[in-house]
Design a protein around this ligand. Structure first.
Ligand SMILES: Nc1nc2c(ncn2[C@@H]2O[C@H](COP(=O)(O)OP(=O)(O)OP(=O)(O)O)[C@@H](O)[C@H]2O)c(=O)[nH]1
Length: 218
């Protein structure tokens, strides 16, 4: 991936990505990490929906990522659902140290299928990977679910340690570019994904090529 110019507001592609999942799994923290690299231990709960933008440069194309961070709390459900329709991609997040948040992901996916576009791209994100000692969700469970549900990938992140956050968004952007008929060259940064706790489960040409180079560790 090439460096981005923060002063440049023009873009070639605009992708809308929505983050959904239970409250306190770290959705806002992931977005903040992606946007500014910052992390707060005392992150406030999201009220309704927040909106962030960052433009990536991928293979010379300016890809504007419009990220919608939704509230996980039940009382905001009606508001957040109204944002599903326009999303090109969705990250369904859970906390690897809280099994109940993983168990909810299927319900989030069903909601997305009900209110979102038919071809919305989905990825399963297990956040708080730094809490390994408190892990309640084996990565293999996430791989299985992602595979069964036809998601792009299952991957584990840590917003606190800035691990795999950038890669998660870049992976979505690259796949969306591919879905728009654009060829995307393999990216050295994104290869890291398949060496850490991440697994591509869709067999696009690029992903198949990557899997040959970096076998899945599930
Ligand atoms: N250890 C650890 N804590 C994290 C991580 N990401 C977020 N947190 C913490 O988890 C708590 C909840 O984070 P948020 O980002 O507000 O969670 P959310 O999913 O946006 O919550 P809602 O806005 O209520 O939907 C905060 O105290 C964060 O500091 C992480 O990667 N590791």
């Amino acid at each position: 991936m090439e460096p981005e110019d923060p002063r440049d507001d023009s873009f070639d592609f605009l992708f809308k990505i929505i983050l959904i999942g239970d409250s306190n799994v770290g959705k806002t923290s992931l977005v903040q990490s992606f946007k500014s690299g910052l992390f707060s231990e005392a992150q406030q709960n999201t009220i309704g929906v927040d909106f962030t933008v960052r433009t990536l440069r991928i293979d010379g194309r300016r890809v504007k990522m419009q990220v919608w961070d939704t509230a996980g709390q039940e009382r905001f459900r009606t508001i957040t659902q109204s944002y599903y329709r326009s999303a090109h991609g969705a990250m369904i997040a859970y906390d690897i140290s809280r099994r109940d948040t993983f168990d909810s992901t299927l319900r989030w996916l069903h909601e997305l299928q009900r209110f979102g576009a038919a071809n919305v791209l989905t990825a399963l994100i297990g956040n708080k990977r730094d809490l390994e000692a408190e892990r309640q969700v084996p990565f293999s469970d996430a791989c299985k679910l992602a595979e069964e549900q036809g998601m792009l990938a299952a991957l584990e992140t840590s917003a606190r340690e800035k691990r795999s956050v950038e890669e998660a968004f870049v992976m979505m952007a690259r796949q969306l570019l591919q879905q728009n008929g654009l060829s995307v060259t393999p990216d050295a940064d994104t290869h890291v994904l398949l060496r850490t706790n991440s697994r591509a489960v869709v067999s696009g040409p690029l992903l198949a090529e990557r899997q040959k180079q970096q076998p899945c560790q599930c």
